[in-house]
Design a protein around this ligand. Sequence first.
Ligand SMILES: [Zn+2]
Ligand SMILES: [Zn+2]
Length: 302
Amino acid sequence: MNPQKVLLYYGFTPIADPVAIQLWQKNLCEALNLKGRILISPTGINGTVGGDIDDLRKYVKYTKKYPGFKKIGFKWSQGTGNEFPKLYVAVKKELVAFDNPDEIKVDEKGVVGGGQHLRPEQVHELVKERGDDVVFFDGRNQFEAKIGKFKNAIVPDVDTSRDFVREIESGKYDHLKEKPVVTYCTGGIRCEILSVVMKNRGFKEVYQIDGGIVKYGEKFADDGLWEGSLYTFDSRMAIDFSTKTKVIGECEICQAPSKIFRNCRTKTCHELILLCDSCNDLPASSKCTHDPSKVRDSEMVG
Ligand SMILES: [Zn+2]
Ligand SMILES: [Zn+2]
């Protein structure tokens, strides 16, 4: 069997007929035996698909034939062939659910008015020049940062991307409005939106990492400013960038070092929590302290 890989990608570009793109992508993936999740909106495409390396290469080649998708940077990572239970291709109002579809404008070059893109080595140059003034700002859901984040990063209090606008407008981060702020997320797509939200609300110097943590990790692994594992929205649950990845998370019950998210042991609760192997083996409990009204992004792909 050929190596199994996972692709993660997004591209912002005006799409006049998202349904036509949906059908084309669905047929393409089915023909190539790929599984995963692809979202299409009037502003672009966001996907993660897994399969055989040769089939994925063909997928990239054909997807790039659509003019708006030519410039997409596809991020490759190691797979097993079992990351995704099925193929899901859907049309959405927003590529990432920030609940601000009217705020985001795209043209052929991408999102209009977002933060400046920095390649991983440019992130280091910025830190070298500006030192401690540089603020790293996590653009993911809070729980993702429990197992890995940039050292000293600010982790906003968000359960889903829909919470970001309220969080940014809360005033909590107003002291950062004059500082260089580097936003980061898994593959970069959430920062495309978040950086617009921040700039539109008075943050003067906003950057985003090109290709997100995935690209940064490929370049610097565990020898740079990143610390821990990277949460992924598939059955891998997390990836490490080297064999010496630090475990920064703790089991919610016994505080042993842990980086494995599992379902809460209370049957009616859907919270994903960090549990070590032995605590996960304990009998299911009847009650927990989690908020049952809490919802998570379930369709996030980058
Ligand atoms: Zn434990
Ligand atoms: Zn719970």
